[in-house]
Structures are given as structure tokens and as C-alpha cells.
Design a protein around this ligand. Structure first.
Ligand code: AHR
Length: 636
């Protein structure tokens, strides 16, 4: 096939084109009543201790002790403290040191399915304690990291006084002297059994961080954050996804409960069945956006809870005010209370914000979105005329007033669906409406049961085949980036075992992050976004090879992206209408067995391979095959 490439750009590529959708999803907090999963706590958020502040647990229950265990005969329980650390954190770990014990007696935390410990690394932590009844005890507590076999990997001591009956915070750091063979390590706090015999101490609001990405306090886990940074993402959509919405109105994500000192964050029953600590809150999201040079695409609650409640039109006022306050926290001047709060946290200047999304997937409550959209958007537009508001119902269905200038479109489908829908946006009217492909992924090879189980075609990890399908679709998004201003694979992160949604773009456990085939495709597009779209001969709508061409004007580089969804190599001849074309170029290729994935046991099975190729005003390139056969289902 011969492809003519123009020398003139048709449209600029939006800086926001490739980015991420993030919500707290896919890590299991191991409380029996919350058998489900998430990705902020125990994932991107750097905190190592699970259930660190006993948020929203039931005092006295064994579930309240999730991740905690007694060491050497101590009696531990979670109590509702008569003098809580804060209104937000009513619960404490109640520790009784029995008489007659020798050696260290106390308690341990097992982290989020383990704690990764590396020799030479300094772990920074803190906890609060108080003696419910004043005692003459004066001594020290030993804080350590211990391996699964009980050997001490690093430790320090802190002073504890029985005279301390109000809450006191103790800060410490522990330097690991060795690297254990696995991640089944524990954080351990003990008192000397003989010296502290009979003492009762309450503890609360623990924290332990390794060095974080860019050394931010309360920051992001370095390896996951660094992997995310590789793409050069243009935006960060947050906080959901379903996790914005709440199962009930009271359980909706509320920005004001996620900012300020950790002791003032109560945590929240998230939408994926488990408790969110909200340690990763609005301010942390915004700093993270700045660190990676991403634009926030921030959602505000749209008056609908997933359990089925829509707020009546006349009652939306307080929720609209909360959305206005949320936006003012991001961009308001210090003459607004939320802007002042932001300044008090160390960021007097407004953050960047252009896009605000009204809800999430409100096509599931479209009958009430009609008035919710009208009421909310009219108020927000009046307050922030410079902002773009993104609608979340199906495009023009129902008809919304005011007419949305942006829509968020979601699709979870098969690799073949993506390959067959490369022209999805080509026929959309150019009427000023822009589109955000806010969630997309090839998640199953079974078109009849997209959200089914792995035994029925659901992918556990992205495959070469699914990544190739997504890559084909992305060439179409790029061609249509005059109306598609942003696109993000979803979900972004999933714990390798404690997850409830597969596949995810990146998988991780407490010790490592695993880059998927889809991640490498996203990275290729992100790193080669370019700033101008260069028209070329269109691929066949019913064909199997797809391409798009962009230019990086600053370097004069032309980037051709190709996705071959066929069973055999595609021979493509490019004729470039430029006067001067270099005689060598670079090809970066992701290929392999179509059903192959990168997994924890073979994390680098499929990686991009770079080689030098002959180029020129006319050159031919053989793109390797991407799909096993024309249908999705693997051959029986
Ligand atoms: O990405 C996972 C979920 O899929 C999101 O929370 C929701 O928006 C969509 O249905």
C-alpha cells in the first residue's frame, strides 16, 4: 500500500491529547466487610502502612485490626477514644502490655500486602500516642522494620512518657541496613516488656513513607510515579470514575474532607467497596499535576449517587456551592476562603485549570442529568466563565441545555472493536463540540460478554493483541484531534492480586511496578504526541493497517504511528511531500505473540524495540502482524 504524506499540517495537536484517568480503585483493604480493592492507598500514594488511622472501622471488631497484629503477647484492640486525636479520627489502637513478658512487646503492621524494604533507604514515619491514665512509666519504644523471619532490617528508638495523657506526635526515621529476599516485611513498635509491664497506651494516626517522587511530603510512590511520568502525560482526570459519585449522597467524594492535616481527614467509604484514607487528597492531586506538567481534568459531583439518588433541582444549591468552593480551592484568589486555604498550605498562586467535568457516566441517570446539568452548569459558568464544562451523558442524548461544548465518552470493548472503529470520530460534525475519550480499553476478547470473567475472554493483563487494537483506535483519535482534545486508557493501576478490575494499564505490588503492552503503546503515543497533525492517505475503513502522522515542529521530526491488526505483516510505502528528508530514521516496535502479556513472572516479555531504518522522501516499511485472526475469540 502506498501512502502520500502531505507537507502541510491540517490542525494542531492539543497538548492534552494523551494523559491519564485516575480514581481510587483496585487495591483490597483487607477488612472482611470490605472485600474489594483500590489504587491510591497502597498504590500511587506512598504511604506504607495500611489502616494507619483506623478510619471508619468498627471499634472492638477484629476487622478494625486489619493489617495490625500483636507482638509477643501484647493485647491490642481498636477503641473509640474518649479524647480522640481529632474529630475526624475518633479511633485509637489500645495496647496493653501484660505483666511477666520479657523482650519487646507491642504490635506490627503488615503494610499493603507487604512492605518493600531496601538497604540504605531511610523510611520516615510518625505516630501519636497517649496514656489514657497517667503513669510513672518513662522509657522508650523501639520502632523497626522486620523481615518475615523476624530479623530486624532497621530500627530506632523514641521516648515515651507515662505522664503524656494528651495526644503527642512522635516522629522518627528508620534506615534499613539490609534488603530482605521478599516484601513480606512488617513495621513493628515495641516497648520493653519488663519495664512497661502492666502499662496501657493508646496509639493512633501512624505513618511511614519511603522517599517519595520528587521528595514530596505525603507524596507519591517513586517507582509508580516514575513509570507514569515516562509517558509525558498531558492531563490527569480525577477523582473518578465511579469513585467520585458515592453509593449514597453522604458517601460522595467531598474535596474539603481531603485537604489539610491528615488528622483532619476522616476517610471515606469509597465506591469500590472499601475505605479511602483520603491521604491522597485534592491538594496532593494538584501538586502531582504540577510535578508532571499535566492539566487537571477535575470532576465535581453532579447531584447523583450510584445507589440511585438524584438531588431534586431545587435542592442542588449546597452541592453547587461545594463545587464552587472546590474550584476556588484550585484557582480562586486569596480573597476566597478556599483560595486562602490553598495559600495556607503553601500554594498562594492558583493552579492551572481549564476543564471541569460534571459527574461521571451520567448516561446512567440521564433523565435527571437534564436538569442537573442545566442548574449546575449555569451556576458554574456564571462563577467561572473561563472554564470548560464536560458533560457525561451520551453525545446529544438527551439534548442538554446549555449545549455542552465538551463530552466525556467511555468505551470498554474487544481488540477487534477498536480496530473496526478507528474512524469513530471522522464523521462527527465539526460544530464546535469537543470530545474527551475519558475511559477506553480493550478488556475482553469476547464481544458477547465484555465485562465477564477471564474464563470467558476477560483479559487479566493487556496483551499484544489488545494493545494493537487500542493503538489502531489511537491513530484515529490523533487524526481527529481537532475535535478529540484528550484520551485516557482506564483503569490506570491495579494491584497484581488484590484487584477487582482487569486489565489495568500498570500492575503493581508492594515491591514493583509492571509495564503492560498497552502502557508501552500509550507511552509511544505520549512521547511522540507532536504538535501538528499531518494529513496522509487515509487507511481503508475496513482494512487492517492504520496510521497517523504528526510533526514535532521544534525538532523538525515527523512521527508516523502504525498499527497493523492483521495476521500478516503490512508492507507500507510512504511518499513524503517534504523537500528534505533524512535517509535514516528510528523505528520503535511493539510486537510479539498476540496473546502475550507482561506479567509479574515475565514483566519484560514484550518491550518496545528500537532500530535504525532507511527513510527518505519515499521508503517502505514492513509492519509486523498484530492480531491472531480477524475475530477476537482465541482459537479453541
Ligand atoms: O474505569 C473503571 C470504571 O469504569 C469507572 O469508575 C467508571 O467510570 C467506568 O464505568
Amino acid at each position: 500500500q502506498t501512502i502520500s504524506v502531505s507537507s502541510t499540517a491540517s490542525h494542531p495537536i492539543p497538548t492534552t491529547l494523551w494523559g491519564y484517568m485516575f480514581e481510587v480503585l483496585d487495591f483490597q483493604l483487607r477488612l472482611p466487610e470490605y472485600e474489594n480493592a483500590k489504587i491510591g492507598d497502597g498504590g500511587l500514594y506512598g504511604e506504607l502502612l495500611q489502616n494507619r488511622a483506623f478510619q471508619l472501622v468498627t471499634p472492638g471488631s477484629s476487622a478494625a485490626l486489619s493489617s495490625w497484629s500483636a507482638v509477643n503477647g501484647a493485647t491490642i484492640s481498636v477503641v473509640r477514644d474518649t479524647t480522640p486525636i481529632s474529630n475526624a479520627l475518633p479511633n485509637a489502637l489500645h495496647v496493653v502490655i501484660p505483666s511477666g513478658r520479657t523482650g519487646g512487646v507491642g504490635f506490627a503492621n503488615a503494610g499493603y500486602s507487604g512492605i518493600s524494604v531496601t538497604s540504605g533507604t531511610t523510611y520516615t514515619g510518625s505516630f501519636f500516642y497517649r496514656f489514657p491514665t497517667s503513669s510513672s512509666f518513662r522509657g522508650s519504644a523501639t520502632v523497626s522494620l522486620q523481615s518475615s523471619t523476624g530479623s530486624t532490617l532497621g530500627s530506632t528508638t523514641v521516648t515515651i512518657s507515662g505522664a503524656q495523657t494528651s495526644w503527642a506526635q512522635v516522629n522518627f526515621s528508620v534506615r534499613a541496613g539490609s534488603t530482605p529476599g521478599n516484601i513480606n516485611n512488617r513495621f513493628v513498635v515495641t516497648l520493653d516488656g519488663a519495664a512497661a509491664s502492666g502499662q496501657t497506651v493508646n496509639f493512633g494516626m501512624f505513618s511511614l513513607f519511603p522517599p517519595t517522587f520528587r521528595n514530596r511530603a505525603n507524596g507519591m510512590r517513586n517507582d509508580i510515579a516514575s513509570a507514569l511520568a515516562e509517558l509525558g502525560p498531558g492531563f490527569w482526570r480525577f477523582p473518578g470514575g465511579n469513585n467520585l459519585e458515592g453509593q449514597t449522597v453522604a458517601q460522595r467524594w467531598q474535596w474539603n474532607a481531603t485537604v489539610g492535616p491528615l488528622t483532619s481527614r476522616p476517610g471515606r467509604q469509597g465506591d469500590w467497596g472499601y475505605i479511602n484514607t483520603d491521604g491522597l487528597g485534592l491538594f496532593e492531586y494538584l501538586l502531582w499535576c504540577e510535578d508532571l506538567g499535566m492539566e487537571p481534568i477535575m470532576a465535581v459531583w453532579s447531584g447523583f449517587a450510584l445507589g440511585g439518588t438524584s438531588i431534586a433541582q431545587g435542592q442542588l444549591g449546597p452541592y453547587i456551592q461545594q463545587a464552587i468552593d472546590q474550584i476556588n480551592f484550585v484557582i480562586g484568589g486569596t480573597n476566597t476562603a478556599p483560595g486562602q486555604l490553598r495559600a495556607s498550605l503553601g500554594h498562594p498562586n492558583p493552579f492551572k485549570l481549564n476543564f471541569v467535568e460534571i459527574g461521571n457516566e451520567d448516561n446512567f441517570a440521564a433523565n435527571t442529568y437534564t436538569f442537573r446539568w442545566t442548574t449546575i452548569v449555569n451556576s458554574l459558568k456564571a462563577a467561572f466563565p473561563q472554564l470548560h464544562f464536560i458533560a457525561t451523558t451520551l453525545v446529544n442524548n438527551p439534548v442538554l441545555t446549555p449545549k455542552p461544548t465538551e463530552y466525556d465518552v467511555h468505551v470498554y470493548q474487544t481488540p477487534t472493536w477498536f480496530a473496526q472503529n478507528v474512524f469513530f470520530y471522522d464523521d462527527f460534525a465539526r460544530d464546535g463540540t469537543k470530545y474527551f475519550e475519558g475511559e477506553y480499553a480493550a478488556i475482553s476478547t469476547n464481544p458477547n460478554d465484555i465485562f465477564g470473567s477471564p474464563s470467558d475472554g476477560r483479559l487479566v493483563f493487556p496483551t499484544v493483541q489488545s494493545a494493537v487494537g487500542e493503538g489502531a483506535f489511537m491513530t484515529g483519535l490523533e487524526r481527529n484531534s481537532d475535535i478529540v482534545f484528550a484520551a485516557s486508557f482506564a483503569p490506570l493501576l491495579g494491584h497484581v492480586t488484590n484487584n477487582q478490575w482487569t486489565p489495568n494499564l500498570l500492575a503493581f505490588d508492594a515491591g514493583a511496578v509492571y509495564r503492560s503492552t498497552s502502557f508501552y503503546v500509550q507511552r509511544l503515543f505520549g512521547q511522540n504526541r507532536g504538535d501538528q497533525y499531518i494529513p496522509s492517505t487515509l487507511p481503508s475503513r475496513t482494512g487492517t493497517a492504520f496510521w497517523s502522522v504528526v510533526r514535532k515542529t521544534s525538532s523538525g521530526q515527523l512521527v508516523i504511528k502504525i498499527s497493523n491488526t492483521a495476521t500478516s505483516a503490512a508492507r507500507l510505502t510512504f511518499n513524503l511531500a517534504f523537500n528534505n528528508v533524512a535517509t535514516t530514521g528510528t523505528a520503535t516496535v511493539i510486537t510479539g505473540n498476540p496473546t502475550s502479556s507482561n506479567t509479574p513472572t515475565s514483566p519484560n516479555l514484550i518491550t518496545p524495540q528500537t532500530s535504525s531504518i532507511t527513510t527518505g522522501k519515499s521508503f517502505t516499511y514492513n509492519a509486523p502482524a498484530g492480531l491472531p485472526r480477524s475475530s477476537d475469540r482465541p482459537a479453541p
